[in-house]
Design a protein around this ligand. Structure first.
Ligand code: GDP
Ligand code: CA
Length: 322
């Protein structure tokens, strides 16, 4: 597909966690006119570490949209060093969460701004301007919401489960602590209302998209948004391309399948995108379905998938109930 065509003047909101969502967002940014993409990002992964507030999914999206991410790991900066981490080990600090030196500067600055009273929305906007990112990056809310993982070994804060314990304990349930007090920000509500298309990125349904949808008022805001809503499967050929989505599905007693994702979000969606590997499932999807190559190996693949998702999404009739 020709990805060098002129930028599309279409306003798109993409809901995103870290890696999968950020890859599609980077593709959308390539094909849309500057300023037409808004990424609404999960903050349930956020945590406090070394006295700093760390927002892994916001940073992954920022680094991807700025083109300064590490494509090998999926997290952190390219061209990174870990001298502070090495010194921290000497001082007996916690080193299971690998904070790079360049990355650390961002966490220091963000924490300083939070202490000065700036909102996470304001801070994230400053940061993206500093990297000349043309897209808006919005935290799902300004209030702290923290994903708590209930496992067979007890309750674990998300990063302790995900990084420290490498997702080994068996998942029983999830809760989003602080979520009851949270509200979608005016920026998020405005972006949803004005969007020509809303895309649910190929993010982990349980720990990336569910926290966003758990913010009181978020589901209703998405439902009443006039634009069509389209989801992209993070499950390809019975596996997750990265992270614990497939393991979580199994432990929750679900089939490891794009159909499980459709079941999970189907009431909010007007269409769904599955991988060509899963073409045989297309008839079983209860929504209009696009079957294509959804594996985003590089920037060109990101742009191609983004173009197809936008064209498909804009062709959809919006849900009759809305
Ligand atoms: P996290 O916050 O880093 O876990 O990132 P996300 O939740 O946004 O993304 C994790 C999901 O992205 C995993 O379930 C992966 O299967 C999915 N994913 C990663 N890369 C790709 C890709 O190129 N294509 C598709 N379809 N899914 C992907
Ligand atoms: Ca995440």
């Amino acid at each position: 597909m020709n990805t060098s065509r002129s930028p599309l003047p279409v306003r798109v909101v993409a809901l995103s966690g870290g890696v999968g969502g950020a890859r599609l967002a980077a593709g959308l940014q390539q094909i849309l006119a500057a300023g037409h993409l808004t990424v609404v990002v999960n903050t349930g992964d956020d945590f406090e570490h070394w006295g700093l507030t760390i927002c892994p999914d916001l940073d992954t999206v920022l680094y991807n949209l700025a083109g300064i991410h590490n494509p090998e790991t999926g997290w952190g900066r390219a061209d990174e060093s870990f001298q502070v981490l090495e010194e921290m080990e000497r001082y007996g600090g916690e080193v299971w969460f690998r904070l790079g030196d360049r990355d650390l500067a961002l966490h220091l600055r963000r924490t300083e701004w939070l202490r000065q009273g700036l909102s996470l929305t304001e801070i994230t906007d400053r940061l993206r301007h500093m990297w000349a990112v043309p897209s808006r990056i919005l935290p799902m809310c300004n209030e702290p919401v923290r994903t708590l993982v209930h496992t067979d070994e007890g309750d674990l804060p998300f990063q302790h489960y995900f990084v420290r314990r490498r997702c080994e304990p068996t998942l029983v349930a999830l809760s989003f602590v602080g979520g009851e007090q949270a509200r979608p920000t005016p920026d998020v509500l405005e972006a949803l209302a004005e969007a020509d298309l809303i895309v649910f990125g190929p993010s982990n349904p349980y720990v990336s998209l569910d926290p966003i949808l758990s913010v009181p008022g978020m589901r209703a805001a998405i439902q009443r948004a006039p634009g069509p809503k389209v989801g992209v499967s993070p499950i390809v050929g019975g596996r997750a391309l990265k992270g614990p989505a497939a393991k979580m599905m199994r432990e929750l007693g679900e089939l490891i399948s794009p159909l499980t994702v459709v079941d999970h979000f189907g009431d909010l969606l007007d269409g769904f995108v599955i991988d060509q590997e899963d073409a045989a499932l297309a008839d079983a999807v209860i929504l209009p379905t696009l079957v294509t190559d959804t594996i985003m190996v590089d920037g060109q693949a990101q742009a191609r998938l983004a173009q197809e998702v936008v064209e498909f999404g804009l062709s959809l009739p919006v849900h009759p109930q809305r």
